[in-house]
Design a protein around this ligand. Structure first.
Ligand code: NDP
Length: 520
């Protein structure tokens, strides 16, 4: 049985995972005026989102040529709800032959109509998809939460609206490509192979599919095996939008199918989001071919709080930065750097705020931190928490009951962290925050850049000049100032170093799907 803590500020000898001992909300933050460890005199009533807005099929085939087809491999696998560990549906396990069929279908659709369809006509389909996503947003939100474990308030308010927004945005570009590459006649590349992860299944689909289609390419998409269902529901949206058959093809199956897809000789463009390790495998597989490639990989973002920062906002930004989507975010603010002069009170307030986070049923509208996406990821998070303790950092986990079933972990904060600790170096991809301190801006920059990654960073200060100076020095593709985890379809996103290359979002996200073509 996992051990637990009940008093604020207690250090754990080993990380706790589950506890029957202390009820959620039974200890209160001191800032509420109830005093340390005093019971909170009220509790949230359950507010579960209805599950029946989603009609799950018992089985999902592959989406090839505009139709759902059984895999040639004849194999299927089960996708589960990570909050209950119960099976949701069976999903096709594509084989090599299925990859070939999907690529051939995309090629036919590219040659037959999509590649030469006028931009204004392509735009109509994209607008239609955006509108259908909005119309079916509740269905998508519930499905995304069921299959992925993320809190319904996030899938409802972030994942689905942002996915629709990407289709709206790129629909606007479809008939204006010559403005994306001024003075040229840009052309689509052809067939794009797109491999996406499990942390934002629908949103990553939208990041990939919307610019590809706007630019006139056709696609074969492989979702992560842990979260295939929203992609299969998206297949239904494509049918509903009357998208020409073969423009979007979706194949499900293990990583080796993703590799077979990106290696297929009839692929023109590869787009991958996921771990740096797999990104390197894909990079090597594509090297030497004339395929275009973009890789969006891991991160270990620094969130830097100066002593003149708006503290209340900074606390919320730090919490959002690492606990949004259980910290399973490539750009999560997993390393907090606090200026030494405010470190002690800032950390105390942060602990108070952590103790108000509600961990549990992702379908409950009050839940802040849902289930970890899959068992392997939970094991990885627990292993790194143990490593943090073993290497000598101080652990803090607020008291809260975790559900008896499902993949849950307490929000975790480490202080006394050294730069060399694994928890300060490795991407944990979970709700685990490492707190470090600094004295001067240059020390903050040096420590923040001391990572193999370079995806994102945050700066909290009231001085505009300091923001600009930090932005110039931080080696990160995105730097947020006095905010964190803000996404917008018009704004490019991507990394340096081991975080990959290429940009998604904005006009930058369109260019990797275009051949600049001839000059006018
Ligand atoms: P992966 O990078 O393994 O998976 C991402 C996608 O790539 C999935 O669709 C996966 O398929 C596919 N894939 C796996 N192996 C290959 C391969 N050899 N060739 C082509 N495609 C492949 O991420 P994991 O799900 O395994 O997560 C592992 C770690 O990666 C996490 O702990 C986290 O640190 C990091 N990660 C980072 C993400 C990011 O956005 N930066 C997103 C997800 C994870 P399948 O699901 O079938 O294995």
């Amino acid at each position: 049985m996992a051990r637990t803590r009940s008093g604020r500020g207690t250090s754990l000898p080993v990380p706790a995972r589950r506890s029957e001992a202390v009820g959620r909300g039974t200890s209160s933050p001191s800032s509420w005026g109830f005093g340390d460890g005093q019971p909170v005199p009220w509790e949230y009533a359950p507010a579960p989102e209805a599950r029946d807005v989603v009609k799950l099929q018992p089985r999902y085939g592959l989406f090839v040529g505009g139709k759902e087809v059984a895999p040639r491999s004849g194999e299927w696998f089960t996708t589960i709800d990570p909050a209950t560990e119960e099976p949701l549906a069976e999903v096709a396990r594509a084989g090599i032959e299925d990859v070939g069929k999907a690529v051939a279908s995309a090629r036919r659709a590219f040659r037959r109509d999509w590649g030469s369809l006028p931009g204004r006509e392509r735009a109509k389909y994209l607008f239609r998809i955006a509108r259908i996503l909005q119309e079916r947003s509740r269905e998508f939100a519930v499905l995304e939460t069921l299959d992925g474990g993320k809190p319904i308030k996030e899938s409802r308010d972030v994942d689905v609206p942002l996915a629709a927004a990407h289709f709206w945005y790129y629909a606007g570009w479809a008939d204006k490509l010559e403005y994306a590459v001024p003075g040229r006649r840009p052309q689509p590349l052809g067939v794009a192979a797109q491999v996406i992860p499990w942390n934002f299944p629908l949103l990553m689909l939208a990041w990939k599919v919307a610019p590809a289609l706007a630019a006139g390419n056709t696609v074969v998409l492989k979702p992560a095996s842990a979260t295939p269902l929203s992609a299969m529901l998206f297949a239904d949206v494509c049918r509903q939008a009357d998208l020409p058959p073969g423009v979007v093809n979706i194949i499900t199956g293990p990583g080796e199918i993703g590799l077979a897809l990106v290696k297929h000789p009839d692929i023109d463009k590869v787009a991958f989001t996921g771990s740096t390790a797999v990104g390197k495998v894909i990079g090597r597989a594509v090297a030497g071919s004339d395929k275009a490639i973009t890789l969006e990989l891991g991160g270990k973002a620094a969130n830097i709080v100066f002593d003149d920062a708006p503290i209340d906002q900074a606390i919320e930004g730090v919490v959002n930065g690492i606990f949004f989507n259980q910290g399973e975010v490539c750009c999560a603010g997993s390393r907090l750097f606090v200026q030494e002069s405010i470190a002690a009170p800032f950390i105390e307030r942060l602990k108070d705020r952590l103790s108000t986070l509600r961990v549990g049923d992702p379908l409950d509208k009050n839940t802040d931190v849902g289930a970890i996406n899959n068992a392997a990821q939970l094991a990885k998070i627990e292993e790194l928490i143990e490593a943090g303790v073993a290497e000598g950092a101080d652990i803090y986990q607020p008291a809260c009951d975790l559900p008896a079933r499902g993949f849950f972990v307490r929000p975790t904060l480490f202080t006394n962290v050294a730069q060399s600790h694994r928890i300060a170096q490795e991407e944990i991809f979970g709700p685990v925050l490492s707190v470090l301190t600094f004295r001067t801006p240059s020390e903050a920059v040096e420590k923040a850049n001391n990572t193999p990654y370079g995806l994102s960073a945050g700066v909290w200060t009231e001085k505009g000049s300091r923001i600009l100076s930090m932005v110039r020095q931080l080696r990160a593709g995105v730097v947020w100032a006095n905010t964190f985890n803000r996404f917008d379809p018009t704004s490019p996103f991507g990394g340096y170093k081991e975080s990959g290359f290429g940009r998604e979002g904005g006009v930058h996200g369109l260019l990797p799907y275009l051949d600049a073509g001839e000059g006018h």
